[in-house]
Design a protein. Structure first.
Length: 511
């Protein structure tokens, strides 16, 4: 029996296999591949070490080769245990090796891991009350007749949330509210997209105490979360103002002449009036109490981590004031667990619902927590094979002799491709900071400046790269093309890059 074949070579009645589209791998997959690559490359890179000072920092100019004492089975064991060591590996005080059953100081990221889980539980409980969603909705509706003020108000709120708690993925839930409202005011979908993506994104770029960026990077750099907060605070104010002005300028231009819209208009976009938009339900007394509790929690977090004596006097070695708490990740993790319980009790969740919500929050944030663990596991492999100082020495040669200001700019630039490869700020920080932080010591620059330059690079890239779910998901929800979004945002990116380089250079010279 013959088989009839169609012109394209397919048999009638057979379905054409769909072509699989390439999707960029997740941060977990990327870090797993990085782990394997670093483990393999460690066989080729010679072992070396710096002499250390009393505080454990490498002394410039003392690098020397050392023989490797690891067999193939030792290296295989490091690869196998890298996630475990990344969580609770202990660094032996004599040999410097890291392992789960050694005696010494904690090298793993257990403290940061628990902190991320705790803040995930807190944020999930807050969102479960509906207070934050309704508060932003009420703000948007109240300013509906004043377009520029509405854009600025929403962007300030999103930026503030971004700088203190990494508000990013949560913005995806606001497109259904902001897009119709902006269209009703005579703007286009690009205005709504810029308000949301750039509002939260500029806050994350200028993170002050964001636990997923500044917190993780500060921990990896072995400095306090509050170090460098003055520079980051000034950056946040200036860059947020510039970004708001950019979006408002575009919005005003589109409102005057809709033909200049970069996104265009879909059928029905220009038929709704702002006066016809439904008013969100008012804030209940419960919602108001929850919002106050959220504000107090983050305000207390900032107070507890800031080295007030150093910030006020400008002397990094100033004696701490009596009211300074000097909290770190263990205390902050406990703070957010307690705060989550308090919010749940105030919201009258009941024991079952509160427990379930906290567990759900922990589960939702397990992915960034695991990214931190895997990234830390990579540094353990480098540490045990004794190639970390060798890599550091090679970079030292590249930046030696440059001024402190130029050094800070170089740190910003070299982190741009890393941010593209690893869009997870937590994973990027844990992976890069053990190498970058000691370079600051060699250049005579505060490690806090390196943290600021690193997070600025990560935040700048995440405003536009297609590997970021917040950007790609946002433009999909707003129904605009990625190419059109790039046309809209690239002049702002250039402005921000210049400002960032200026700030980090000034910060390096100042410190």
């Amino acid at each position: 029996m013959s088989t009839q074949v169609t012109g394209d070579g397919a048999t009638p009645g057979e379905d054409h296999p769909e072509k699989r589209k390439f999707t960029f791998p997740s941060a977990l997959t990327i870090l797993a591949l990085v782990t394997l690559a670093v483990w393999a490359v460690a066989f080729l890179i010679p072992s070396g070490a710096y002499d250390r000072d009393a505080e454990g920092a490498p002394v410039q100019g003392t690098y020397h080769r050392v023989p490797s004492d690891q067999s193939f089975l030792d290296r295989l064991d490091d690869l196998f245990l890298s996630p475990v060591n990344g969580l609770y590996g202990i660094q032996d005080t004599k040999t410097g090796r890291v392992g789960p059953d050694l005696t010494g100081e904690l090298y793993g990221s257990a403290g940061v891991f628990l902190f991320v889980i705790a803040i995930g539980a807190f944020i999930t409980v807050v969102f479960a009350t509906g207070a934050l969603d309704r508060g932003i909705g009420r703000l948007a509706h109240r300013l509906r007749e004043r377009g520029a003020l509405l854009i600025a108000g929403v962007m300030v709120v999103f930026s503030l949330l971004g700088t203190v708690e990494g508000f990013a993925e949560e913005t995806l839930g606001f497109y259904g509210l902001i897009v119709p409202l902006m269209l009703a005011l005579g703007y286009d979908r690009m205005v709504a997209t810029g308000t949301i993506i750039l509002g939260a994104g500029i806050g994350v770029l200028c993170s002050t105490v964001n636990p997923f960026a500044t917190g993780v990077a500060s921990s990896a750099a072995d400095i306090s979360l509050g170090d460098g907060i003055v520079l980051r605070g000034v950056m946040w104010i200036v860059l947020t103002a510039v970004t708001i002005a950019y979006v408002v300028r575009y919005a005003s231009r589109v409102r005057r002449n809709p033909a200049r819209s970069l996104s265009g208009f879909l059928p029905g976009d220009r038929e709704q009036s702002a006066a016809e938009t439904d008013e969100p339900p008012p804030l209940t007394p419960l919602h108001q109490i929850v919002l106050v509790l959220v504000g107090l929690t983050f305000a207390f977090m900032i107070f507890s981590v800031v080295p007030w004596s150093s910030a006020i006097s400008g002397d990094a070695d100033a004696t701490a004031y009596g009211f300074e708490l000097g909290w770190s990740f263990p205390q902050l993790a406990a703070l957010f667990v307690v705060a989550a319980v308090i919010v749940g009790v105030v919201a009258r969740f009941g024991e079952q619902r509160l427990s379930a919500t906290i567990v759900q929050g922990a589960a939702d944030f397990i992915s960034p927590a695991l990214v931190i663990v895997l990234a830390r596991g990579v540094t353990v492999i480098m540490n045990n094979s004794r190639i970390t100082d060798t890599v550091l020495h090679s970079i030292e040669g590249a930046v030696s002799g440059v001024s402190s200001g130029l050094f800070a700019v170089v740190v910003f630039i070299v982190n741009l491709p890393l941010a593209f490869l690893i869009p997870s700020t937590s994973g990027h920080a844990t992976l890069a900071m053990p190498i970058l932080a000691p370079l600051a010591d060699f250049a005579g620059v505060s490690r806090a400046v390196v943290v600021t330059a690193w997070q600025a690079a990560s935040g700048w890239m995440n405003l536009w790269v297609p590997t970021t779910a917040v950007t790609i998901g946002g433009i999909a929800l707003a129904k605009i093309g990625y190419d059109r979004y790039l046309r809209f945002v690239w002049p702002l990116l250039a402005i921000l890059a210049v400002l960032i380089c200026g700030f980090v250079a000034l910060g390096a010279v100042w410190t």
